[in-house]
Write a protein that binds this ligand. Structure first.
Ligand code: SAH
Ligand code: SF4
Ligand code: F3S
Length: 478
C-alpha cells in the first residue's frame, strides 16, 4: 500500500490470484479466482484453491482461458458490491462467446444476496456462501449439467480446520491463518454477522500445525485472523462458548494462550494478528506480546468514532473513556507499540461535535496509520432498521477528508521520529519503485526500504533509518 491510509475509493482492493499457473491440471480444467475484501476472504480463497486442486483443477491468471471463473466477494460497503457487479459484466462477455464457461460468486456478497443474485445476474451459475466451500465439487457438477447451483447455508461448526490452504500469495514470507470464523458482535452498521454467521474458534492444534508447516515451507511471519481475535476461545469436545461452565472455560485455550503457542514454534517466526476489539482486549494479550520478542509490537484497534454517543448507537460495547484506557494499557506495557485503527465518518445522527470528538481522540492517540471510511448503510443491519442514514453525502465526504488529512500528519510524525533509529526488518521482496531496493516491515509494521546488497527475502536485517516519507522509512543495513 503506497500510503497505508486508504479512503472509501480504495476499499475492497482487488487481487488476482495467479500463482498456480504452472500446476498440472488433472481434470484438464482451469480456474480463475479473484478475491475482494478482507484478509479473511483471501485466506478463504486459499481454502477454495485447496479444495479444487484436490478435484484436479489448475489455476490460471488469464480469465479468457478459464473453464471456471470464481469471484470471492465482499459486502462490507455498497461500493465493494458495485465493483463486483461491474467486474461480472466483463466475465459475462467472455461467457457469451464461450457458453460452457461457469461463473461462480463466492463469499459475503453471495451470502447476503443468496438466490436473488442468480435472478439478477442471469449468467451466474454458482452462488456459494463462506461456510459451504466443501460443497463446491458437487455444485460444480450440478452447474455442468446446466442447472444453477447454490449453497448459502451458514454453519455453527465449520472452521475448515483440516484443510491445508494452498498459499496463493507470491512473497512466500508472510502467511495468513484464520483462527476463527463469523462474528457475534452485531455492531449496528455491520453486515459481517449476516454474511459470516456465528462466531466459532478453530482447534488450536490445527492452527499451530498450519503455522509450523508455513515456517517449514520458508514463511517467516504468520498473521492470525479473526473478526474479533480477543474473543477466541477453544474448548475440547466442540462445546459452545456460551454454554461453558467457568471450570470448562478455565480449561480451554484463549487468545493470549494461543498466541504464546504460536510464538513458541520458532523465534524466527514473527506473529501478527488482526483484528482486536477494544471491548474485549485484555492486558493478558498485551503482556504476552511484551514477553515474546517475535510477537510484533503492533495492534490494530478499530475505534470507529471518538464520540461515546455514536459508539453507543453503533453498539460497539465501549465508550471513548474505555477505549482510551485500552490505549493507555498498550502504551504502558509496550512503549513504542505501533497502533492503527479504522474510522467511520457520517454514521447515523453524527453531529459536527461528534465528528470533532473523533478528531480530538485521533490527536490524543496519534495513530501510526488508519483505514478511514464513509458510512455506507447495509440492508438488514440494526442501523438500517433503527436509524436514519441522515448525514448528507457531502458532509460525510468533508469529515472523511479532514480525518484523512489529520492521519497523514500523524503518520508523518511517527515515521519522522524513527529517523536515526536502528530497526529490525523482515525482508518481503523488492521495493515497488526499484529492483535495486528491497522492502520489508519492522515489528511496528512500518514499511522499510533499503539498497538490496546481497540480502534476500525471508531474511532479517537491522536497518539504520536515514530518512522518511509519511508512509515509508528509508535506510541502510548496518
Ligand atoms: N471486525 C472488525 C472490522 C471488520 S470490517 C472490527 O470490529 O473492528 C472493517 C472495517 O470496515 C470496520 O472496522 C469499519 O470501520 C468498516 N465498516 C464496516 N461496516 C461499514 C459500513 N457499513 N460503512 C462504512 N464502513 C464500515
Ligand atoms: Fe462487524 Fe463489529 Fe463484528 Fe467487526 S466486531 S465484524 S465491525 S459486527
Ligand atoms: Fe468483506 Fe466479508 Fe471480509 S463483507 S470485509 S469479505 S468478512
Amino acid at each position: 500500500m503506497e500510503n497505508k491510509i486508504i479512503d472509501e475509493s480504495k476499499q475492497g482492493e482487488v487481487l488476482v490470484m495467479d500463482v498456480l499457473t504452472s500446476s498440472a491440471s488433472k481434470n484438464g480444467k482451469k480456474l480463475f479466482l479473484e478475491s475482494y475484501g478482507c484478509q479473511m476472504n483471501f485466506a478463504d480463497s486459499e481454502i477454495v484453491a485447496s479444495i479444487l486442486m484436490k478435484e484436479g483443477f489448475s489455476t490460471t491468471s488469464n480469465a479468457e482461458e478459464a473453464d471456471l471463473i470464481f469471484m470471492n466477494t465482499c459486502a462490507i460497503r455498497d461500493n465493494a458490491e458495485n465493483r463486483v457487479r461491474q467486474r461480472l459484466q466483463d466475465y459475462k462477455k467472455i461467457k457469451r462467446s464461450k457458453p460452457e464457461l461457469l461463473i461462480g460468486v463466492l463469499g459475503c456478497m453471495a451470502e447476503r444476496l443468496k438466490s436473488q443474485l442468480l435472478e439478477e445476474e442471469k449468467l451466474v451459475d454458482i452462488v456459494v456462501g463462506p461456510d459451504a466451500y466443501r460443497d463446491l465439487p458437487n455444485l460444480i457438477t450440478q452447474a455442468e449439467t446446466g442447472q444453477q447451483a447454490i449453497n448459502v447455508i451458514l454453519s455453527k461448526e465449520e472452521t475448515y480446520a483440516d484443510i491445508a490452504p494452498v498459499r496463493l500469495d507470491k512473497n512466500g514470507v508472510s502467511a495468513f491463518v484464520s483462527i476463527m470464523r463469523g462474528c457475534d458482535n452485531m455492531c449496528s452498521f455491520c453486515v459481517v454477522p449476516f454474511t459470516r454467521g456465528r462466531e466459532r474458534s478453530r482447534d488450536p492444534k490445527s492452527i499451530v500445525k498450519e503455522c509450523q508447516d508455513a515456517f517449514e515451507a520458508g514463511y517467516r511471519e504468520v498473521t492470525l485472523l479473526g473478526q474479533n481475535v480477543d474473543s477466541y476461545l477453544y474448548s475440547g469436545g466442540g462445546l459452545k462458548k456460551e454454554i461453558l461452565t467457568d471450570e470448562q472455560k478455565a480449561n480451554s485455550v484463549n487468545f493470549a494462550q494461543l498466541m504464546k503457542m504460536v510464538a513458541l514454534i520458532n523465534t524466527d517466526l514473527r506473529v501478527r494478528f488482526s483484528t482486536s476489539h477494544p471491548k474485549d482486549m485484555t492486558d493478558d494479550v498485551i503482556e504476552v506480546m511484551a514477553k515474546y520478542e517475535n510477537i510484533c509490537n503492533n495492534i490494530h484497534l478499530p475505534v470507529q468514532s471518538g464520540s461515546s454517543k455514536v459508539l453507543e448507537m453503533m453498539n460497539r460495547g465501549y465508550t471513548r473513556e474505555w477505549y482510551l484506557d485500552r490505549i493507555a494499557a498498550i502504551r504502558r506495557i509496550i512503549p513504542g507499540c505501533g497502533i492503527s485503527t479504522d474510522t467511520i465518518s457520517g454514521f447515523c445522527g453524527e453531529t459536527e461535535e461528534d465528528h470533532q470528538e473523533t478528531i480530538s481522540l485521533m490527536n490524543q492517540v496519534k495513530y501510526d496509520f488508519a483505514f478511514m471510511f464513509m458510512y455506507s448503510e447495509r440492508p438488514k443491519t440494526l442501523a438500517e432498521r433503527k436509524y436514519k442514514d441522515d448525514v448528507p453525502e457531502v458532509i460525510k465526504q468533508k469529515r472523511l477528508a479532514e480525518i484523512v488529512a489529520l492521519q497523514r500528519q500523524h503518520s508523518e510524525y511517527h515515521t519522522r521520529k524513527q529517523v536515526g533509529n536502528i530497526t529490525k526488518v523482515l525482508i518481503e521482496g523488492f521495493s515497488k519503485k526499484s529492483e535495486e531496493m528491497l522492502m520489508g516491515r519492522n515489528s511496528q509494521n512500518s514499511v522499510v526500504v533499503f539498497p538490496k546488497g546481497n540480502y534476500k527475502r525471508g531474511e532479517y536485517v537491522n536497518v539504520l533509518v536515514t530518512s522518511s516519507t509519511s508512509s515509508t522509512l528509508i535506510g541502510e543495513v548496518v
